[in-house]
Design a protein. Structure first.
Length: 305
């Protein structure tokens, strides 16, 4: 028996070590408890899930199930979108998280356990999901890309740049090295942020543009973000580097806002520029640089719940 959305295409992503998140036998075991008709496609290298997702949609698949963490979902989202928006606005996605879990699913109150996630794969309830779009403007090489959870420009981008230079097998140690290396070298620039009908000018240590609430395995950075409200939640951290460290510490408990050092906004379009280039982190990894434009794409796909 198939789902109301037709035969499912199961896209299996890779772990940081380059192995499939789950083996085919394990996936068959999980899906045996559903009544889905499905086929499994496994990534062979980083980025494959973007190619596999696009090919599946172009062949007419209306139901994709990603297997893996938020970066696997990031790859899938960039496969189902083109320059103007979603290839199929009626497309349904569902997720089976791996050991790393999913901060995006956590925002929606969904379980990060593969067994529990598999119980939500058949049936017809769904939730409309927004996607964030980034346009890299000159002098950066023009281009575009999408994010599903969160983008940040500033110190968090510097941390992503340093983290990307280190072997991923280093795990939390790489995060620690990247944090202190970034903090030691970063100089808070003057910058400008344009948000729909409002604007900010002044010091920019970090700018958070959020579709989801959580990052880094459960840190609730954007407390009010909701990926179905048609808006991006924006936090402008205007303090110095010490203030940034304080914000990161308080965010572990969700106590960093309200704060006189952080300006909070809701916007559908956000333009970020600074006197010195800011690195941009996209869904946990280095993306590009400022100047950049962030926009919301409302109801880009439907999430199976």
């Amino acid at each position: 028996m198939t789902s109301p959305y037709g035969k499912a295409t199961v896209l299996v992503g890779l772990t940081p070590a380059g192995r499939p998140v789950l083996g085919e036998q394990r996936i068959h075991e999980l899906l045996a408890k559903t009544e889905l008709e499905y086929e499994i496609q496994t990534a062979a290298r980083p980025g494959d899930c973007t190619t596999l997702a696009r090919a599946a949609v172009e062949k007419g698949s209306g139901y994709l199930i990603w297997v893996g963490n938020d970066w696997v979902l990031h790859e899938v989202v960039n496969g189902i979108m083109d320059e103007t928006g979603p290839l199929n606005p009626d497309l349904v996605l569902a997720g089976i998280p791996g050991e790393e879990g999913s901060d995006f699913l956590k925002t929606l109150g969904m379980d990060n356990d593969p067994e529990a996630a598999a119980r939500h794969l058949d049936g017809d309830p769904y939730f409309g999901i927004d996607v964030g779009r980034i346009t890299w403007a000159p002098p950066v090489e023009p281009g575009y890309g999408y994010f599903i959870n969160m983008a940040q420009a500033g110190l968090s981008g510097e941390m992503a740049r340093w983290r990307g230079r280190l072997p991923r097998r280093m795990g939390k140690l790489a995060d620690l090295i990247a944090f202190w290396a970034s903090l030691a070298r970063f100089k808070v620039p003057q910058g400008a942020v344009k948000l729909d009908r409002r604007s900010y000018g002044g010091p920019l240590s970090n700018v958070v543009v959020a579709n989801g609430q959580f990052i880094r395995s459960g840190v609730r950075l954007a407390l009010k973000a909701h990926p179905g409200d048609g808006k991006l939640d924006v936090l402008i951290q205007k303090g110095n580097k010490r203030d940034f460290v304080e914000t990161m510490t308080l965010s572990l408990k969700g106590e960093h806002v309200p704060s006189p050092k952080i300006k909070e906004y809701l916007a559908s379009r956000v333009e970020v520029a600074a006197k010195s280039v800011l690195q941009v982190e996209v869904d946990g990894r280095l993306g590009g640089q400022t100047p950049a434009i962030f926009e919301i794409v409302p109801q880009a796909f439907r999430l199976k719940i």
